[in-house]
Design a protein around this ligand. Structure first.
Ligand code: SF4
Ligand code: SF4
Length: 458
């Protein structure tokens, strides 16, 4: 293993391990430990601190990017993977706000991903943690299983039980994780499954494969149907193979490397057959992982090259539409919109200008900016399920900033953000219409006016 920077070890603010070592032996094994050269890029300047949601919440050095990099360095130096170390790494939302803020170009995204995979392999979790993780990862990456929840969820809401339980506040006190899941459950819309192939309207400009996603296809199928209509209107043949499955984003963001690799191989096999020019994604968290497929499968000789080629074709919907340029006429939508940058779109993919350009290109639409846009809403994949209280606090901050814009409609490009902000706005006793960027573009292209958009309340 490479030598580590000695100046880190002399820091008087070194963390004391209050929980004690749990695994024994050095923190990391030799399978892709966090890289010493990337750690050495950090000059300890602290510019990232005010943009880190956990540092903003708790003001703890070890819950900042700089502190976590310090802990990684300690692990590389032979320190054991202690309980408190793991807790500080677990607390990280993976929002990549620090990557945007860092003037030295520290690749924190690479560092935390490698660290999480080490933790998942080497750190024994408690029975309660294991049970929760087993339930989450047996459900969320499987669209068919998620779809089975739609019926019971509808019945639960229609029975009035949800309102009753909500009024007692009992669930928050007894089972905050369940209360979080309960509050996040979106209003369900029913739309038919998209066909396997949708032809371009007019002259074909590109063939695109489309990811339908897990949460997206189960709870927001209307985002997928709007995406397909937009792509067809903009001259794309859209291939949507039914057997595509999960992209592995949730797994890779939680250190489940082997599981993520299985999902990635299957997706590559499925879409290579379509002859696509681009692979389009309408969920920010999925897009950022798909663009990293080359890294994920770098050790697999059968897939490394194919994964890199696949990743080069991945585009967020807004990114692709700007790249192609509009051909479908836009019709007016007289509405004020607050646009929320999903972290995995803004920070992780650098896609900020494109969705704003698309929205601003709609006649009559007024775009408003949200204060503190760099701070995560607290959704962060399943971080809000594992950390319900701080996630609610971050959600409340975001909701207050969204409501302060006075906009009619909140627009974002990630299902997790939509559910998280909707729940927080409801806690404020307020309502705001919520939509995906695809809903707004689709309404404009089809000249549907604003009534349907403004009726989308979380
Ligand atoms: S990814 Fe987000 S939560 Fe994690 S250290 Fe960076 S800014 Fe903080
Ligand atoms: S901004 Fe970058 S270099 Fe400065 S402390 Fe944060 S990670 Fe390190």
């Amino acid at each position: 293993m490479d030598a580590v920077d000695a100046t880190w070890g002399s820091d008087p603010a070194a963390p004391r391990d209050v929980l004690g070592p749990v695994a024994g032996g050095p923190a990391f094994d030799d399978h892709h430990p966090p890289r010493a050269d990337l750690i050495a890029d950090c000059v300890h300047c602290g510019f990232c601190l005010p943009t880190c949601p956990t540092y903003v919440l708790w003001g703890e050095e070890m819950d900042s990017p700089r502190g976590r990099i310090y802990l990684m360095n300690q692990g590389l130096g032979g320190e054991p993977l202690s309980g408190s170390m793991v807790e500080h790494f677990d607390n990280c939302l993976g929002c990549m706000s620090c990557v945007t803020a860092c003037p030295s170009g520290v690749k924190y995204d690479r560092l935390i991903e490698d660290t999480r995979a080490q933790i998942e392999r080497r750190h024994p979790r408690t029975a309660k943690e294991r049970a929760l993780r087993a339930a989450v990862f047996a459900l969320f990456p499987y669209p068919r299983r998620l779809r089975l929840l739609r019926g019971p969820l509808r019945a639960y809401r229609a029975s009035g039980l949800q309102r009753l339980i909500g009024r007692t506040g009992l669930l928050e006190r007894l089972a905050p994780t369940l209360a979080t899941l309960d509050s996040l459950a979106p209003r369900l819309t029913g739309v038919p499954k998209p066909p396997r192939l949708v032809r371009a309207r007019g002259a074909r400009r590109a063939v695109v494969g489309m990811l339908t996603g897990c949460v997206q296809s189960a709870f927001f199928p209307d985002v997928n149907s709007a995406t397909v209509r937009i792509l067809a209107a903009e001259g794309c043949d859209v291939a949507i193979p039914e057997e595509q499955g999960c992209c592995g984003a949730l797994s890779v963001h939680n250190g489940r490397e082997a599981e993520a690799q299985r999902f990635a191989r299957r997706l590559i096999d499925t879409f290579e057959r379509t002859g696509m020019d681009f692979f389009v994604v309408n969920a920010a968290g999925c897009g950022s992982s798909l663009k990293e497929y080359g890294e994920l499968l770098r050790d697999d000789p059968a897939y490394a090259g194919r994964a890199a080629a696949f990743a080069a074709k991945v585009r967020d919907l807004a990114e692709l539409l700007v790249e192609l340029g509009p051909v479908a006429p836009r019709h007016p939508l007289p509405v004020t919109v607050a646009y929320h940058d999903a972290c995995h779109l803004g920070h992780a993919q650098g896609v900020r200008a494109q969705p704003r350009a698309l929205l601003a290109g709609i006649p009559g639409l007024e775009l408003r900016e949200i204060a503190d846009p760099e701070i995560c809403c607290g959704s962060a994949g399943v971080w809000n399920v594992f950390h319900p209280e701080p996630a609610a606090e971050l959600g409340d901050r975001k909701a207050a900033n969204v409501l302060a814009t006075g906009a009619d409609l909140l627009v974002t490009a990630n299902p997790g953000c939509l559910m998280q902000v909707a729940a927080a706005v409801r806690r404020h006793g307020r309502r705001i219409a919520l939509a995906h960027t695809a809903h707004v573009l689709d309404a404009s292209i089809r000249n549907r006016g604003t009534a349907d958009l403004l009726s989308r309340r979380g």
